[in-house]
Write a protein that binds this ligand. Structure first.
Ligand code: NDP
Ligand code: HSE
Length: 439
């Protein structure tokens, strides 16, 4: 990797997302530098209360109580705004741009309400403003909409785009949880906005919907025109009736192109229980976009929280650093990492992979057979999660047995299978299918 000096960033805010951003930048520093082409260094940061105890490692970062000290620092290349709300965030972002600095922000309220002004200021100075973290936390939906869907006429998009609302509705549905208690839990986990009425009254989702609709339909940001309803009037009774009717209640942001114009609406909705969005639960977000060419595409993932949101902030930082660093023809490395950082790492033989297994075998219906099978598994250190002997069809002499194992090395499983198939009471070959929890 070229030995260019580190890119110096200044963080405005060291709360949930600011703290997560420092943590991710530190933990994955080498990987991030290999992708970006340069080291990213958090040079300074601001917070309201400097002596607040923080779980993040702030060594080497100059701290300021005055955020203007960050945006006015002439050694800073990129300002990352993670304060939230309109002022002082708006003034600081505009001042950072006036000072010739690129900006990364997670602030959807700021973009939805003042994005037109901020983008014009950035464009006038040839600067970048990146805001992936502003919509759907860790899901790279802005990049997908802006780049992946560039060839499509987007017909509609619908999303669960407020993690706090989804967390509350999911808890009401799964555990019959109390609204205030679940909201308090979302606040404790850092999901909720500084003013949680922004979440439960739908305003936060409307900010995000406005941004997505602008990206999808090529319209200026015009937040005041979004129809907004929150979840306060959804009762546990409604949730229960929805379930009985085969639906789930989800808080959705919907933007749809019609011949006469564009629908922009945020409200609770009945969604068929089998629909993909109905199964996006807890703090997860899901956005479904329908393009005329791509058809419907579903993106889902964590919609809030320190590290998922930091993942998007850092992705934006890498984008800006690449643009600052590489020659324009090679802005994004073909294989994501800078070519001179690619390294040969061993690719494992299938026998060295680790999964759980479903094994189906047919055994003679006689005493001791299952004991022989389980002894072989135990001898090879394979632990059983479940074992089931099924009824034989028409009193056939062989009965089906199904075993689910815990995670094991494939080599051990191969040895076990060879020994089980060699038992006289077992009909070979047995059938095995790997179990992938995908967690
Ligand atoms: P927090 O409230 O956790 O952190 C805000 C930070 O900004 C704190 O460090 C605070 O200082 C500082 N701050 C607050 N007010 C001021 C002020 N007036 N002047 C200077 N500094 C100030 O917020 P989050 O990290 O949760 O959110 C940050 C942004 O990210 C918001 O725009 C939010 O909408 C967005 N976002 C949040 C997500 C989440 O899961 N939390 C997900 C996606 C986006 P101090 O620490 O001293 O109080
Ligand atoms: N308060 C927001 C939510 C944070 O709950 O989704 C993520 O934008």
């Amino acid at each position: 990797m070229a030995t260019l000096p580190p890119v110096r960033i200044g963080l405005l805010g060291l709360g949930t997302v600011g703290g997560g951003t420092v943590t991710v930048l530190r933990r994955n520093a080498l990987l991030i530098a290999a992708r970006a082409g340069r080291t990213i260094e958090v040079a300074c940061a601001s917070a309201r209360t400097l002596d607040k105890p923080r779980s993040v490692d702030l060594r080497g970062i100059t701290l300021h109580a005055d955020p203007q000290a960050v945006v006015d620092d002439p050694t800073i290349d990129i300002v990352v705004e993670l304060i939230g709300g309109i002022e002082p965030a708006r003034g600081l972002v505009l001042r950072a741009l006036a000072n010739g600095k690129h900006v990364v922000t997670a602030n959807k309220a700021l973009i939805a309400l003042h994005g037109n002004e901020i983008f014009a200021a950035a464009q006038a100075r040839g600067l970048m403003v990146a805001f992936e973290a502003a919509v759907a936390g860790g899901i790279p939906v802005i990049k997908v909409m802006r780049e992946g869907f560039a060839g499509n006429d987007i017909q509609w998009l619908a999303g669960i785009i407020n993690g706090t609302c989804n967390f509350i509705l999911s808890a009401m549905s799964d555990e019959g949880g109390d609204f205030d208690e679940v909201l308090a839990e979302a606040q404790r986990l850092g999901y909720a906005e500084a003013d949680p009425s922004f979440d439960v009254d739908g305003i936060d989702a409307a900010h995000k919907l406005m941004i997505l609709a602008s990206l999808g339909f090529g319209i200026p940001l015009q937040f005041a025109k979004v129809h907004v309803e929150g979840i306060r009037r959804v009762s546990r009774e409604d949730v229960a009736f929805a379930a009985r009717l085969g639906y789930r209640i989800k808080h959705l942001g919907i933007a749809r192109r019609q011949a006469q114009g564009i629908e922009l609406r945020v409200h609770p909705a009945f969604v068929p229980a089998r629909a993909p969005l109905a199964n996006v639960n807890g703090v997860m977000n899901g956005v479904m976009v329908r393009g005329d060419a791509a058809g419907p595409v579903l993106l889902s993932g964590a919609g809030a929280g320190a590290e998922p949101t930091a993942s998007s902030v850092v992705a934006d930082l890498v984008d800006v650093v690449r643009a600052l660093t590489s020659d324009p023809g090679n802005r994004v490395p073909h294989l994501a990492f800078q070519p001179d950082t690619l390294e040969n790492q061993p690719i494992l033989d299938i026998a060295d992979t680790e999964t759980a297994y479903y094994v189906r075998l047919h055994v003679a219906d006689e005493p001791g057979v299952l004991a022989d099978v389980t002894r072989i598994l135990a001898d090879l250190g394979i632990s059983i999660e479940a074992i089931m002997q099924l009824d034989s069809a028409d009193d056939a002499p062989m009965v089906p047995v199904v075993i689910l194992t815990h995670v094991v090395k494939e080599r051990a499983m191969n040895a076990a299978i060879a020994r089980i198939e060699a038992l006289p009471a077992v009909r070979a070959p047995l059938n095995r299918i790997r179990v992938e929890p995908l967690a």
